[in-house]
Design a protein around this ligand. Structure first.
Ligand SMILES: *Cc1c(COP(=O)(O)O)cnc(C)c1O
Length: 395
């Protein structure tokens, strides 16, 4: 079999990284084992010395997890990767292994809640200073730089207001000061945006979202060049143990096989729902990357292949309106997960972003009436009927 370097993404997602055992199984095997046995004491010694190939312990590496990492590398165009037990483990690993006390980090202020906690709370506790900036404003990134800035971090599109940062421009700025840019690419998915190709140095995913895509398990992954992984991440990962379970790696491998089909369908449906909601009498604001009225439509066009599977909507009537709308939905369920086959809706101000101050929420454009809709795989006409009926009832 070829190494698949020339395969198109969809082929890589079905066959990439496959490690077939002697039994010749069709579907990837689940190696639910903590450790591995050696034929001789000498063989164990050689493997620990790194002189012989092979697995040692599943905290370090495991064949099923390895398949997931290799398949993700093939898709992302990354040299190396480490899969983690959750998306937050991936983010924490990527950020914390990159800095030491005395360093400084610049991050976009619109971040997934726990990511913002690492930057705002955990980093300073370890002697790493951080500055939060408006990620869509390149001059704000520039102003945030200090002589000891070592790391940039952003998410694009952001949760929940779907702001889009110019990844290539921020990466160039990072390069100009010898800093590294880490991109949380969850909302874009690997199908619609390739941060490494845009110049970012590290990309992280919560595989819990679209990569699983069916609400079954947690997972995450950090992807980058081999040198950075070996120098920065490798030891930190091995000795702190955020490893992905082989069973969850298998679930995610199965998720990757259908990722392009799901993301394409969910994006198409989200686009139709966005067009339907734009100008709807009960909707105050609609944000959808992929529409010409998106605030960063030109950057979306430049760096993304498609829109998004998510929409941000402000329902008329503030919190009361948003709650009444959610409660009146029959197909779309209230949940804070996203990227799922099931359409899910959440009210950020009282759930995912409840820990921010009101001012911080206002700064991010999270209003009392704001809801985030993750579009699933249901029939889009059923979804639009559900939304339309619930909006009328809420009004
Ligand atoms: C969900 C999410 C995470 C965290 O992932 P978990 O798998 O829940 O730990 C990080 N960043 C973004 C943008 C997310 O949506």
């Amino acid at each position: 079999m070829t190494n698949g370097a020339n395969w198109k993404p969809q082929t890589k997602l079905v066959h990439g990284g496959t490690l077939r055992s002697g039994f010749g199984e069709t579907s990837e095997a689940i190696y639910l084992t903590q450790g591995f046995v050696y034929d001789t004491a000498e063989a164990a010694e050689a493997r620990f010395k790194g002189e012989a190939e092979g697995f040692i312990y599943s905290r370090y590496a495991n064949p099923t997890v390895d398949m997931f990492e290799k398949r993700m590398c093939a898709l992302e165009g990354a040299e190396d990767a480490r899969a983690t037990a959750s998306g937050m483990a991936a983010v924490a690993m990527a950020l914390l292994c990159s800095v030491k006390a005395g360093d400084h980090v610049v991050a976009a202020r619109a971040l997934f809640g726990s990511c913002r906690w690492i930057i705002e709370k955990q980093m300073p506790a370890y002697g790493v200073e951080s500055t939060l900036v408006d990620g869509t404003d390149l001059s704000a990134w520039e102003k945030g730089i200090r002589p000891n800035t070592k790391l940039f971090f952003l998410e694009s599109p952001t949760n929940p207001t779907l702001e889009v940062a110019d990844i290539a421009a921020v990466a160039k700025l990072a390069d100009s000061i010898g800093a590294r840019l880490v991109v949380d690419n969850v909302f874009a998915t690997p199908m619609q945006q390739k941060p490494l190709e845009l110049g970012a140095h590290v990309v992280v995913y919560s595989a819990t979202k679209h990569i699983d895509g069916q609400g079954r398990c947690l997972g995450g992954i950090v992807l980058s060049d081999k040198e950075w992984i070996e120098k920065n991440l490798h030891d930190y990962f091995r000795h702190t143990g955020p490893s992905l379970s082989p069973f969850n790696a298998w679930t995610l491998l199965k998720g990757l096989e259908t990722l392009p089909l799901r993301v394409r369908q969910q994006t198409e449906s989200a686009g139709r729902i966005a067009d339907f909601l734009a100008g709807h009498t009960h909707v105050e604001r609609l944000i959808y990357p992929g529409r010409a009225d998106h605030p960063q439509a030109d950057i979306v066009k430049k760096q993304m292949k498609g829109g998004s599977t998510l929409l941000c909507i402000d329902v008329k009537g503030g919190k009361q309106g948003a709650f009444a709308f959610q409660n009146a939905l029959e197909i779309i369920r209230i949940s804070n997960n996203l990227g799922d086959a099931k359409s899910l809706i959440t009210h950020p101000a009282t759930t995912t972003h409840k820990n921010l101050t009101e001012e911080a929420r206002a700064e991010l454009g999270i209003n009392p009436g704001t809801v985030r809709l993750s579009v699933g795989l249901e029939d889009v006409d059923d979804l639009m009927t559900d939304i339309d009926r619930a909006l009328s009832r809420a009004a």
